[in-house]
Design a protein around this ligand. Structure first.
Ligand SMILES: [Zn+2]
Length: 233
């Protein structure tokens, strides 16, 4: 696409090469595509292309939005408390059941497992963990075989001890960007008889979800006459 753009709109290329630099006239300064292209952001936005997450709050606060500031703050407070408690209960129940992953992750992996049966997996190099997942056809291109290169290692030793010891890489980029195994990785796992849930990013674990929803320490707030004195505007 970059090459296409070069032919049709060289000015846009000039602009993008300077975009994000500290000093755009400095020819020696490296270009910084991670500042404007999601492809290069290292998965920071987790493949989310929209701001729907924050937009949805607008509709949630539709009624409170018409109230004075105090009412708006109070409404936000009660809703936040409600959401945190609901989610805390769900994740605690999940933890009590001994489930390693939240339901959403489990359902996604089950959906992939059903579809993965149609994929042909070729072991290219087991030691290097290189595989090829071949799809007989895709919806828009019947008769065309799609090939995905997959790297999957169970005994991967990351240099950074904070990183998971499992490594899943696919040409479709979904595991790298979302931390969840794609259809092709699931197919390779089925082929090798490995547990695909070992390749889910640890950040999604039930244990971490419990930590997230238990961090907030909410307490009822006192009546106005008990508030600390304030002398400002
Ligand atoms: Zn894939």
């Amino acid at each position: 696409m970059w090459n296409e753009l070069k032919k049709t709109n060289p000015k846009a290329i000039d602009y993008l090469e300077k975009c994000g630099k500290e000093n755009e006239t400095d020819g020696n300064e490296q270009w910084k595509p991670e500042r404007w292209a999601q492809t290069y952001d290292g998965g920071y936005r987790w493949r989310i292309m929209t701001s729907n997450g924050s937009e949805s709050l607008n509709s949630r606060y539709k009624a409170e939005r018409r109230l004075p500031v105090v009412g708006l703050v109070e409404g936000t407070w009660y809703k936040t408390v409600k959401w945190f408690n609901e989610r805390k209960q769900i994740t605690l129940a999940r933890q009590a059941e001994g489930e390693r992953w939240p339901k959403e992750i489990q359902l996604k992996l089950m959906k992939h497992t059903r579809k993965a049966a149609a994929i042909n997996v070729i072991t290219v190099d087991i030691e290097r963990g290189e595989f090829e997942a071949q799809l007989p056809f895709e919806k828009n291109d019947p008769g065309v075989t799609w090939k995905y290169q997959v790297f999957l290692k169970r005994d991967y030793q990351p240099r950074d001890p904070q990183l998971p010891s499992m490594c899943a890489w696919c040409k479709c980029r979904k595991p790298q960007l979302t931390g969840i195994p794609c259809l092709h990785v699931v197919a390779v796992c089925d082929h090798c008889r490995w547990d695909v849930s070992d390749f889910v990013d640890e950040r999604y674990s039930t244990e971490n979800m419990v930590k997230i929803w238990s961090t907030c320490d909410f307490h009822c707030y006192e009546d106005e006459d008990k508030w600390p004195r304030y002398d400002g505007l």
